[in-house]
Write a protein that binds this ligand. Sequence first.
Ligand code: ZN
Length: 377
Amino acid sequence: MSIFDLPRLAEELPFREKALWHRIYEIDVLHGKLELVPGLRSWVEEKLGSGPEVENQKIIRTTNLISGEGALFNSLRSRRPTARFPETDLESLVEEHRSNCPFCSPEERTPGERFGRIRGKYCLTAANLAKYDGYHGLIIAREHHPLRFNEDMVEDYFRVAARWFQEVKTDAALRGGGPALYPFLIWNCLWPAGSSILHGHLQLTVAQRRPYPRLKQLLDCSTRYGHRYGSNYFQDLYTLYKALGLGWEKGESRFLSMLTPIKEKEVWILLPPGPATPDRLGQAGRAVGRVLGRLKQQACLQSFNVGVYLPPLGGEAEPGGWEDFPLVVRLVDRGDVFNRTADFGAMELFALSVISSDPFSVAGLLKPSHNAEFSSG
Ligand SMILES: [Zn+2]
């Protein structure tokens, strides 16, 4: 199954799912035509694919009518030759960075918060030296190697994050309470993902007064959807994805291989609505660890971004749509660490994302039915 089967799959959906499809998505099948000149033909056939395939390229454009997200898919783009940095060995680079790594001795070489540090089995927290929001901390893994983690470790990172958010809530209350507090958890792994320090670490922020714009936009879209259709947007989205073979669940976690990814292989993990407690974040962490582990194993994952949308720290008293808003994890693959060509250009920044990974292949890599170990993990 591939993204190019999507128009047919959508038409073959059962009645209810088909109605959801037409409510939420629109799809365009586009044809990019060109004429190969003789001097180019053999090079193209060696690097990109057969002549007719290149001369008549098929492109799919997906649009989410509810959220406004969209993507352009053309698998040929993943075969484009790209320039690479001369280094080719990530393992030696990781070892080189071990000497003089500030995160390998965090107690001595990273700042603490006013409320001290939180220590977990596999990590501890620090204050970020150059904060980008009023509350901005770090979770520093005890393991130096940024790709050496398993489900237990990621669960611990996420549990510690929940405890850090509680400390911020207490700290804010001690200073007289004040504005609403919106926690946010991110993980940038290695340079293509925007990380400046090689040693594995996650970042924690708490936005004050209002959530960050991307989260607010999703919250508003889903709230409007609820009012208009009388059902939960995320529930409907999952029902549709499951019917298309792009959604699956394990325990309370639901996984979706996105049709409008912001970048390659975007996966969403949804957990039922509720506060950001250590147990719930730990559960999300296990699911994240499982997906990342599988991508490391099956798709040579090196660099990635994870972002977690969480409800405000004040709980149910907060206004506006949170009672139906799940815990949402977004995760993308940022590609080869030695690639010179950035995967974000003007299209991604100002228009919509151009994607070469097929959401059906991503689902194929991750779905439990294809992997017994995954389903029992
Ligand atoms: Zn280190």
